[in-house]
Design a protein around this ligand. Structure first.
Ligand code: PMP
Length: 289
């Protein structure tokens, strides 16, 4: 039996239902998080909770729980669902109220939902690398908030999928921002470059782990905006996310990157990332190398 966490109670997942007037359902008025689970343990959980609370705060949703309380509930959910490898999806909405664009006045309790999903590490794609397309970034100017409003991201990912590609790399004019659900990195003259964490991208937790691994291992890094020309001329390109970890990009709009194979620095970072997982969550069964 699968369980879900709904407003503080762990219940059967099939019984977790949303009211038609929940503002998440009607307006996408809420925020979410996805936490990776390895060996039944949450990877970078503190960072995800921090970002979850920050996203909620930035749209004036206040949690009825503290971070340690939520963490404890998530740990209980993991044990109940006996999840070894996968993700926890969680979201909080402003709650249930008569439909009105203005925030409800008075006490409306936010709806908090969490459930688990079984998902193996995408080892095959991580070994071979993935194909991508380019697409104009049509999102709003607060991409730092992990909002439930994902329509532009869905359109971008759908476009990629229809062209047999794994991800869409978004750009605002000449400037590359990020993937539809990932951050994007290039390697230029042996240096790792990725968009600075500002309102135009989501500050990826995986991105932050990678940046720390770079600085610990004396790999030069620049967090700055890079252009489509730089992307086009890059020695290596990869993306990052909680689900995809360090994922090599071997093709962009039909043009090969690094002759169509994952580059050496990408492989090195994949390896360092795997070691970081093992440090936090214990020895992994399936590995890239
Ligand atoms: N950017 C966007 C738009 C995303 O949806 C995601 C996935 N949550 C990321 C970047 C990567 O973030 P993280 O490494 O925290 O999963």
């Amino acid at each position: 039996m699968e369980f879900a966490l709904l407003n503080g109670d762990i219940i059967q997942r099939s019984e977790a239902k949303v009211d038609v007037e929940d503002r998440g359902y009607q307006f996408g008025d809420g925020v979410y998080e996805v936490i990776r689970i390895y060996n039944g343990k949450m990877f970078t959980v503190e960072q995800h909770l921090e970002r979850f609370f920050k996203s909620a705060e930035s749209i004036a949703i206040s949690f009825p729980y503290t971070k340690p309380q939520l963490k404890e509930m998530l740990e209980e959910l993991l044990v109940k669902n006996n999840l070894a490898t996968g993700t926890i999806y969680m979201q909080v909405t402003r709650g249930i109220a008569p439909r009105n664009h203005v925030f409800p006045t008075g006490k409306v309790t936010p709806t908090l939902l969490a459930y688990t999903i079984k998902a193996e590490r995408p080892l095959e794609n991580m070994k071979s690398g993935v194909k991508t397309i380019l697409t104009e970034d049509i999102r709003w100017l607060r991409c730092d908030i992990k909002s439930l409003n994902l329509l532009p991201n869905l359109l971008a990912k759908q476009k990629a999928s229809e062209q047999g590609c794994f991800e869409a790399i978004q750009h605002r004019g000449q400037d590359v921002t990020e993937g539809s659900l990932s951050n994007v990195f290039i390697v230029k003259n042996g240096e790792v470059i990725t968009h600075e964490s500002n309102h135009l991208i989501l500050k990826g937790i995986t991105k932050d782990v990678i940046l720390k691994l770079c600085s610990k291992n004396h790999i030069p890094v620049q967090e700055r905006t890079f252009t489509l020309t730089e992307l086009n001329e890059a020695e290596e390109v990869f993306l990052s996310s909680s689900i995809s970890e360090v994922m090599p990009i071997i093709e962009i709009d039909g043009k090969k990157v690094n002759a169509g194979i994952p580059g050496p620095l990408t492989l090195k970072l994949q390896n360092l990332f795997e070691k970081e997982i093992e440090k936090q969550c214990g020895v992994l069964v399936g590995k890239i190398i």
